[in-house]
Unconditional design. Structure first.
Length: 314
């Protein structure tokens, strides 16, 4: 990961025992995530560069959902000994390309031998003087809003698994998500009362806010109409695009709550309202998606991605 221009936040990059990253705020927001070949990506569905970009994107979205800006990424890679150098170079190119979009650096990591490709990334972020926006601080009467696309990655995955051809836009959305990074800090500045990124699915991730805050939510179906491109893909597959919107993960859109009556910042759109009493108490646990109503009714299907469920289709 050397030989690249580092941002001003990197005081010491790769080449020593550890990196040194500026933390002007005095606090560091940190998160990590992992991609495993066959579990989270397939090399016949995505290029190494796309995989690198996706790995950075999903970590960057976690930082944005706290109201912070990513500053540095630490990348650890496991791969078989016969992995082509060109593949590793392309993976590195993708990692750097997405990091540079964020104005962040890649400051170190590790490489080990493994039976399959495993990519683990840790990201550091800067709150720039603001408080972090948590999952546990939504209150009854708040507006529920989202920034970014919903259901696109799930649609792309379904098209790839069915091997039907066409629908390039939704396939691209699965291969490289486009999180609305800047919308996280903007929401924090606008007074968002809680926030999360949508990695597992809208219902599942809003359910985390419900459980942590001791509230329920009611989503407005009219505000969640799928894009015509999703409708077209669903028609070709015999699927329901609304299910992708509600339960599809890996778009890494952001979901937040804002005070009642507050004007939503640019890039955010209202999709529902926060109701009292989740039935679990603040900080409690609940079934995935529990406490989230759609049009006043409980959702009866799966709420989203299960980390210990099935692998990618195929």
């Amino acid at each position: 990961m050397t030989g690249r221009d580092q941002p001003d936040t990197t005081l010491l990059g790769p080449g020593d025992d550890a990196a040194v990253v500026r933390a002007a705020d005095g606090r560091v927001v940190a998160s990590s995530d992992m991609l495993v070949q066959g579990r989270h990506f397939r090399l016949d569905w995505s290029t190494p560069e796309q995989i690198g970009r996706k790995a950075v994107a999903q970590n960057g979205a976690d930082i944005a959902s706290m109201g912070a800006w990513p500053t540095a990424f630490l990348v650890s890679l496991g791969c078989p000994p016969d992995t082509p150098v060109a593949m590793l170079d392309a993976l590195t190119d993708g990692i750097w390309a997405e990091a540079e979009c964020l104005g962040a650096g890649v400051v170190g990591g590790d490489t080990v031998q493994s039976d399959q490709i495993v990519l683990s990334i840790t990201v550091l972020g800067d709150l720039r003087g603001r408080d972090a926006v948590l999952r546990s601080t939504a209150t009854a009467g708040d507006q529920v809003a989202v920034a970014g696309r919903l259901g696109w990655s799930a649609a792309g995955l379904a098209v790839l698994a069915a091997d039907i051809g066409g629908h390039a836009e939704v396939i691209a959305a699965h291969q490289v998500p486009e999180p609305p990074y800047g919308s996280g800090p903007v929401a924090a500045e606008a007074g968002a009362t809680s926030m999360t990124d949508i990695s597992d699915g809208l219902l599942a991730d809003l359910g985390h806010i419900c459980a942590a805050s001791g509230v329920r939510m009611d989503l407005e179906p009219a505000a969640l109409e799928p894009d015509p491109l999703l409708v077209a893909a669903a028609a070709a597959l015999g699927d329901d695009a609304v299910v992708w919107v509600l339960t599809g993960g890996e778009d890494h859109a952001l979901a937040a709550t804002f005070p009642s009556g507050a004007e939503l910042p640019d890039g955010w759109r209202r999709i529902g309202v926060v109701l009292p009493d989740a039935g679990t108490g603040a900080g409690g646990t609940a079934a995935r998606g529990a406490g989230v109503l759609v049009g006043g009714r409980e959702w009866t299907g799966a709420a989203g991605w299960e980390s210990f469920g099935a692998n990618l289709s195929g």
